[in-house]
Design a protein around this ligand. Structure first.
Ligand code: FMN
Length: 126
């Protein structure tokens, strides 16, 4: 499967509820992953999970955001076509006026060096 290279200007945004179900996605996210906005909203965020991503990375992500902190890291995602793309992601918690929690993720292109580092690290994790 081929790598999809993000453009410098790509900025992929999504929002989930507390369980990781997508409640919002922007056009860039839809364009890169190949799923329409209708296909994304209402689905669990693992819709773009790539099998190369270690379970432990997601545990760390969830532990971090559940504790109210912001998580940053490299993520390899699987597009609808089966191709893959790497992103540098920042995921944070957001609370609305009613006190309801949601999570926001903003992603940009990762550098080849960051990707190489993450590939090596994730190979050592399960
Ligand atoms: C705001 C937010 C954004 C997320 N973005 C992604 C993503 O782009 N790719 C991904 O594989 N998992 C993402 N996750 C993590 C998924 O919810 C999920 O934990 C992960 O895909 C592992 O799937 P699994 O729990 O079914 O093994 C995100 C979670 C949150 C809260």
């Amino acid at each position: 499967m081929a790598e999809i290279e993000l453009k410098e200007t790509h900025f992929l945004v999504s929002q989930t509820d507390e369980k990781g179900v997508i409640t919002f996605a922007n056009e860039d996210f839809s364009a890169v992953c190949g799923y329409s906005l209708e296909e994304l909203v209402g689905k669990p965020h693992n819709i773009v999970r790539h099998p190369d991503m270690p379970k432990a990375a997601f545990k760390q992500l969830w532990d971090t955001i559940k504790s109210g902190k912001t998580w940053t890291g490299l993520v390899k995602n699987r597009a609808k076509s089966g191709d893959f793309y790497w992103v540098y992601a920042t995921i944070m918690v957001s609370k609305n006026h009613e006190g309801e929690t949601s999570y926001l993720s903003a992603r940009k292109r990762a550098t080849p060096e960051e990707i190489a580092e993450a590939e090596a690290l994730y190979r050592t994790m399960v």
